[in-house]
Design a protein around this ligand. Sequence first.
Ligand code: GLU
Length: 488
Amino acid sequence: MKEFRVRFAPSPTGPLHIGGARSALFNFLLAQKLGGKFVLRIEDTDRERSSRESELNIFASLKWLGMNWDEGSDIGGPYGPYRQMERLDIYREYTQKLLDRGEAYYCYCSEEELEKERQEALAQGGNPKYSGKCRLLSAEDRQKYEAEGRKPVVRFRVPEEQEIVINDLVRGQVVFQSEEVGDFVIVKSDGIPTYNYAVVIDDALMKISHVIRAEEHLSNTPRQILLYEALGFEKPQFAHISLILGKDRSKMSKRHGATSVVQYKEEGYLPEAVVNFLALLGWAPEGEEEIFSLEELIKEFSLERVAKNPAVFDIEKLRWINGMYLRESSVEKLTEQALPYLIKAGYISGKPSQKEKEWAELVMTALQERLSTIKEVTEQAKIFVGEEVTIENEEAAVVLQQETFPLVLRTFRDKLVALEEVTPETIKALLKSIMKELKLKGQFVYMPIRVALTGQQHGPDLFLIIEILGKDLALRRIGKRLEKTMHN
Ligand code: GLU
């Protein structure tokens, strides 16, 4: 059986974005599942917009997501080079063949002439495709143009009246007519191949068995199929995966959330969660379960369950998935991920001491259930640092007005001063004893202490909060609050 070989072929014209990562993932999952090869090819023929920086960003983003490739521009492989600008000789060879056989020709039309032609065709209600004017240039015509200093492009001669059938593995049968396609440019005047041309030669020579890519390329596929036929290459199977739309059904853009993968990393999402989320953009698992590790995805994924209709990008869903992963994570791992944020916020020093690390671990224990992203730790851990307590809102302020508030706070202070060891257990016992002594229900003890210590009515476990603050800081905060209460 033919080897299963797929590729991801990004143009390095910017950071890897969500759509590209999703295409890469579908290819990667299938290669893993079927024991095939996943090839990373860099399509850098747009010389103005391509950059090494983008290429490195793409590598780093794929690696962060856990997708490694078997062959690629950085690691080589049996069908290299894997960067298109390093393959110009290869394209040239095929262009010569097509020219020799009359299946391609030089075209000297200038941009202005082409535009004029387009406008005329449109005015007459026709198809604004290239007229084929240069198909029949004589050697003299060519000489004349060359003498004028015109630099030709190479166009592919599109065969007439041919039906082009694509049996797309996602979209089913899609039929195009060659009449709809004008003779298109395969090599630009600077000698650089166009996307449609280079992609065919590369996919064929790299023995790609399945081309799995975004739906926006479906309209390019008929041109590519004509080239496969003209060049005598065996065609791969095609699968075009749906567009990604925002929740408002418009094309996914920055308005709907960050578009590049690195931004998700910076915002504190876990790669496992992003991968899980990307898989669900177009693929529907069989059962109700939506949380899948990479290994599980490799097992479960299939093109049969990839939908034809557009995928909807819902950032809330990603936050939910990420929260699920955070809750499943070990506190040690969470702490490791949170340290840079805690350092950046100035909550702990740049080189955290053992004590600071232990503190960070307690903070993560307290916040684990409450975070959707690691970055949120900056905001949520605020309550654990500094002397100042900001009363969050009116409702919290009302708690401070309770008649029993000063008494509860004083009793808590006195008992805390006397407490030898501050642990969740001793705190729990302490609060219980206050309830008993003052004959107050839990909420009249817990809530005022919580608000006095954090300024908020809701938040992590109160016993943990007190443990994290430590006896001294907790006492100082209580003291300050009591002072303010007495002055009011
Ligand atoms: N370089 C193209 C892109 O980034 C690749 C398209 C394809 O997969 O054929 O859109």
